[in-house]
Design a protein around this ligand. Structure first.
Ligand code: SD4
Length: 339
């Protein structure tokens, strides 16, 4: 009796030890490392890597990384991106550090770096989220420049094109390899519309601390005032420094419904790898929405755990993500998908 009990106990502790070794306490931790969504992530990772390789903080890396994307007027996020259906660009962003500190802005106009305003909300106010004119007022008071309200040439063209039908239909943001543009099609569709409008980034620094950021113009030609998942902590972004971090892209409403990024992190806490956790969370999106309706949308997650393991999963084909952990390693990978 005693012996059987001893054997049961010791096999239990061996099992839990091996879970720990697989998922929580590996022999080698890959750090620093940065991962970000889509092909714009390559340039963003480069900026983040400059911070990480010089022993910088993950929080600074994820801010500076996505600022590079916000900076490029010819890209899918920031002021150069697609406007809402009234022709006005409105931006959402969020950031989270290793101590559950977080900040976000939503429905923000005429500010070039919403990610930095989100960081100021986190660091300089007792709040997590500021929106609309209040967020803009705060940004200006913090010294951010109010930019001219003017669409980029590409966005103007895309908007005029959209106005012809004014259809309220989400575009499935897929890097359309089948469109003949090679393995990774440009982010812009032939109509001039951007194929996706968000960059999410996660980093683990040399000290072993995690942080994450997300910035977006939201869905192109959205209803005025619409806010997606990206500035919602727990939906578009979540970081738990004990476990890991996750960020989402795709149809924001369906990410919010299942508290997507938080779900990914909690699944990693239960011992799942980043990829398994992203996959299970996509399965939950399908469960919540039904498979038929899911065919009309795209949802994608990337995740990074405390050991520097990365993973991703998407609902549909066409999602890719960029991983960088050395001067000469910054690569785009096609995500696995369910449908
Ligand atoms: C949103 N999740 O506003 C964002 C859109 C997105 O690539 O990720 N586009 O719903």
């Amino acid at each position: 009796m005693q012996r059987r009990k001893f054997l049961q106990l010791s096999s239990l502790s061996v099992a839990s030890l091996s879970i720990k070794q697989n998922n929580l306490i590996p022999n080698t931790i890959k750090k620093p490392i940065v991962i970000s969504t889509w092909d714009a992530g390559i340039a963003a990772n480069k900026a983040a890597w400059q911070v990480l390789k010089n022993n910088g903080r993950a929080l600074d890396a994820v801010e500076q990384g996505v600022m590079a994307t916000e900076n490029s007027i010819n890209c899918c996020v920031g002021l150069g991106a697609n406007p809402d259906r009234e022709g006005i660009v409105t931006l959402d962003a969020s950031i989270m550090d290793e101590n559950y500190n977080c900040g976000s802005v939503a429905f923000l106009e005429r500010i070039k770096h919403p990610i930095s305003v989100a960081r100021r909300v986190m660091e300089k106010t007792p709040h997590v989220m500021l929106v609309g004119s209040g967020a803009q007022q705060f940004a200006v008071a913090e010294g951010f420049t109010l930019e001219e309200q003017k669409l980029s040439t590409d966005a103007q063209k895309a908007y005029e094109n959209w106005l012809k039908k004014s259809e309220y239909k989400p575009v499935i943001n897929i890097e359309r390899s089948e469109s003949g543009h090679g393995p990774f099609a440009p982010a812009k569709l032939e109509s001039g519309e951007w194929n996706h409008d968000t960059i999410g980034m996660l980093a683990l620094d040399n000290k072993g601390n995690l942080s994450g950021s997300c910035t977006t113009s939201g869905q192109g030609f959205k209803m005025r005032g619409r806010v997606g998942d990206s500035p919602i902590i727990g939906a578009g972004l979540f970081v738990d420094n004990e476990v890991g971090a996750a960020v989402a892209t795709g149809q924001g409403e369906d990410v919010i419904r299942i508290a997507g990024s938080h779900t990914v992190v909690e699944l990693m806490r239960q011992g799942l790898s980043p990829e398994e956790a992203c996959k299970k969370t996509i399965e939950r999106v399908i469960k919540a929405k039904g498979i038929e309706k899911c065919k009309q949308i795209q949802v994608c997650f990337i995740a990074l755990n405390k050991n520097g393991q990365v993973g991703a999963y998407a609902l549909q084909k066409g999602f890719n993500y960029s991983v960088c952990y050395a001067d000469d390693y910054n690569k785009l990978t096609n995500s696995k998908y369910i449908l």
